[in-house]
Design a protein around this ligand. Structure first.
Ligand SMILES: NC(=O)c1ccc[n+]([C@@H]2O[C@H](COP(=O)([O-])OP(=O)(O)OC[C@H]3O[C@@H](n4cnc5c(N)ncnc54)[C@H](OP(=O)(O)O)[C@@H]3O)[C@@H](O)[C@H]2O)c1
Length: 408
């Protein structure tokens, strides 16, 4: 694909605008936008109106358009655009993590079927080239685990709440105004956005496809002033962490507010920055960090993906191996700190291993090892705030053996 490429772009919101500006500034003679399909034709735009359309087939059925750049905020329509593009042998660049995470295995097979690539660096950790590193740098390393700050909006909110004592609603409002938050902010604060990225990263790290619904996500919306004081006393930051770990042939993963010791470099990653700690058998611990959201950081990686199609780059999914016995296991034990206001709201017997607790005048907490299945029952309880203790690993859950009684 060394000729001049004509692009059809779906969506000109935060990311689309950044992509458009950067492509314009690049003056790359081999890349030209032919059409931009948007939803609302009455919106005021700064770009000349003849380039716009509201008809998807103006891109999909135009034989002159070589590449589809999908940057809309609707996962269902985005999947349809992706499928129709691949059927017409048009490579796709997208940043739509929700669409990708929910359908990645199918998208993997569609790329093979139509021999047409889909690139999506912008879908995970904004400007950090994580997918490309997993594809190339880590292709021959056996990854053991990763943990990361995968959502710029929640990291921005937690930074403002903890460092500047700004309240949750005001911090969320600021994140939205700065363009870090998703159109639907519950996707950010409840941990869904980070979970979509976790599912994509697990596929490229361990060669295992897992649907987001199969993983637990706990949001930051119940973090209290007591939790923040507790974290500070313990020498910890609170971060929304997405993490996964390989134990034997099983992959475990979760998204949750996490008490991160200050000596972990993730603790000092602030505002809209994202980061990922990767632990490989040969490489040991490595951290990548950078801006995780926003118009230009994400627009830039979208542009890098488009430009790399000029060099015929495609993902090879080196960890996806036929017959690979690695599977995702939802249940595991994880070490948590649970705080609550009403005495008796939870009980030490709720834990598989209870390790301690505190009952004060206005705050209570308990810590210990819990089944992820049990946490799932608690995740929507407004009276509980759940944080994972970061200095621990997953433990494989083994049911306690029933005591055998004998009448003899
Ligand atoms: N914002 C970020 O920092 C960031 C970072 C990484 C990934 N992403 C992902 O990038 C994608 C775009 O995000 P965004 O923040 O740029 O969203 P956004 O600012 O809300 O913009 C969405 C754009 O999609 C267009 N659109 C919606 N439905 C459409 C349809 N059916 N047909 C054509 N156009 C349609 C909208 O058109 P109108 O202009 O007519 O309303 C708008 O231009 C999402 O998948 C998001 O998850 C965003």
């Amino acid at each position: 694909m060394s000729k001049k490429l004509k692009l059809g772009v779906f969506g000109l919101g935060s990311v689309g605008q950044g992509f458009y500006e950067l492509l314009d500034q690049s003056k790359n003679p081999n890349l030209e936008i032919k059409k931009i399909v948007i939803k609302n034709p009455t919106k005021t735009r700064t770009i000349e109106s003849s380039i716009f359309s509201t008809t998807p087939t103006d891109i999909l059925d135009d034989p002159e358009i070589d590449i589809v750049v999908e940057l809309i905020d609707d996962a269902t329509i985005a999947l349809e655009i992706l499928k129709q593009s691949l059927q017409r042998r048009k490579p796709v660049v997208t940043a739509n993590k929700k669409m990708l995470a929910g359908n990645l295995e199918e998208i993997y097979w569609l790329q093979k079927k139509y021999e047409t690539p889909v690139l999506y660096e912008g879908a995970v950790c904004g400007s950090i080239p994580i997918i490309r590193n997993l594809e190339m740098h880590y292709a021959y390393d056996r990854l053991e685990s990763f943990e990361g700050i995968f959502n710029g909006s929640t990291n921005y909110i937690l930074t403002k709440m903890i460092d500047e004592k700004i309240n949750y609603d005001k911090a969320l409002d600021q994140a939205q105004k700065l363009g870090f938050a998703e159109s639907d902010p519950t996707l950010d604060v409840k941990g869904y956005d980070a979970k979509y990225k976790l599912a994509i990263t697990i596929a490229h790290s361990f060669g295992c496809f897992v649907k987001p619904d199969h993983m637990l996500n706990i949001g930051i919306d119940k973090i209290s002033a007591h939790d923040i004081r507790y974290a500070k006393r313990q020498g910890c930051a609170i971060k929304l962490i997405a993490k996964a770990e390989k134990i034997g042939n099983k992959i475990f993963g979760i998204v949750a507010p996490t008490l991160v010791p200050l000596e972990n470099p993730l603790a000092s990653v602030k505002n809209e920055f994202n980061a990922i700690n990767l632990v490989g058998a040969s490489t040991g611990l490595q951290m990548l960090t950078g801006k995780g959201a926003g118009s230009l950081p994400t627009g830039l990686v979208v542009l890098a993906d488009v430009a790399s199609l000029l060099a015929e780059f495609k993902y090879s999914y080196p960890k996806v191996i036929p017959g690979n016995p690695v599977t995702f296991e939802k249940d595991a034990l994880i070490n948590v700190h649970v705080s609550f206001v009403t005495p008796g709201a939870i009980h030490p017997t709720d834990f598989e291993e209870f390790t301690g607790g505190y009952q004060g005048e206005d705050a209570h907490f308990m810590t210990g090892w819990m089944r992820i299945k049990k946490l799932e029952e608690w995740v929507d309880r407004d009276d509980l705030s759940i944080m994972v203790n970061d200095d621990t690993h997953f433990k494989v859950y083994e049911p306690k053996k029933e005591r055998e009684f004998s009448l003899a």
